[in-house]
Design a protein around this ligand. Structure first.
Ligand code: SF4
Length: 231
């Protein structure tokens, strides 16, 4: 019998050896992301910072598609922030049921409306510290709203996609979102923070799936040494 064919060896990628090479690799990653997703933007439909804050709170453990199906009717029913502050959370919960975790989300949205009316004159605040004082707005939500609604680069949004891809690309070794963000803001130039967040989220949705990423189609492939790469 002829000898069994050897299994194909996985292609190995050369890793940077010093700080200069690491910085050059990050620049290359950013360049490829710009090529792949030059116009990546927030997929949550909104008209105002308040609507974006509500949509972002609703998007936790849900999909942007589901949230975008709910919010037009929601904002027609409660056109102003005062309307959200006046509604009972158990009533609002019914309106947002399809987004999941509706009781907690309803409490957050009503609490956020009351806080913003009481402390910020009805305007969604524009600093990260003020945003973090709003019920339902942890760092991820605060960064989404500040970056997308106001163009303020307060940090990098670390959602499940950014978490997974940052680790695959060896931009961090951490698993905690706050620590991941701390690692990323050290190596990504601040002027890229907003776009970079949207690009990684988009990449996670289109190619770099949690299971079976589509690596042969990925321009980052030559720079990526993820263990679960499919090349
Ligand atoms: S090569 Fe694969 S694992 Fe690496 S970033 Fe691209 S899609 Fe993700």
């Amino acid at each position: 019998m002829p000898p069994a064919a050897k299994p194909a060896r996985k292609k190995t990628t050369v890793r940077p050896r010093n700080a200069a090479e690491r910085a050059a690799r990050v620049t290359e990653i950013l360049r490829h992301l710009d090529e792949m997703y030059p116009n990546a933007a927030c997929a949550l439909v909104h008209r105002t910072p308040w609507e974006l804050l509500v949509a972002t709170i609703l998007s936790a453990q849900s999909t942007d598609k589901t949230v975008n199906q709910v919010t037009p009717g929601l904002f027609a029913k409660y056109p102003t922030i005062q309307d959200f502050a006046a509604v009972r959370p158990e009533v609002l919960a019914n309106d947002i049921r399809s987004t999941g975790f509706f009781n907690n989300k309803a409490k957050s949205v009503v609490g956020a409306a009351k806080k913003i009316l009481a402390d910020f004159g009805g305007h969604v605040p524009q600093t990260i510290d003020e945003m973090l004082s709003v019920p339902g707005a942890a760092r991820k939500t605060a960064n989404v709203v500040l970056g997308t609604a106001y163009g303020i680069a307060s940090g990098i949004v670390v959602d499940t996609h950014v978490q997974r891809i940052s680790r695959r690309l060896d931009l961090t070794k951490n698993t905690d979102p706050v620590k991941i963000e701390r690692d990323l803001v050290k190596i990504i130039p601040q002027k890229k923070w907003i776009l970079f967040s949207h690009q990684l989220i988009h990449h996670g949705r289109t190619l770099c799936y949690a299971r079976k990423p589509r690596c042969p189609e990925c321009k980052l492939e030559s720079l990526c040494y993820a263990r679960d790469k499919t090349v």
